[in-house]
Design a protein around this ligand. Sequence first.
Ligand SMILES: [Zn+2]
Length: 111
Amino acid sequence: MSSSRDAQALVQRVFASLAPPDATLCWRDDVTAVVTVGAEQEGFSIDLEDRPEDLKFKAADRLQSIIIEATRSMVPICPLHPGQHPLSSGVVNGAAIWRCPKTGTSISEVN
Ligand SMILES: [Zn+2]
């Protein structure tokens, strides 16, 4: 992953798949994202040297934590155990995925 624009587009997609409608993501510089959800604001950095799947996984993990903390809701919902826990992200066979933290079942790719 070399272009910061590509990396930012990738993070933006992950953000769109997780965030509530009133949340925003903007960039303080090429590698620093700032997420605003309601009254909460939190930043995180990306590494342009990361492979796309690692970038996605790290962005998914970070964005998920920020959104869960700000909204006190479980995102993404685990379809196997709704109401019990959110999915957790990981990298399997070169792809960033969401999986059930209880059974380890892969549910979907991180968008
Ligand atoms: Zn589950």
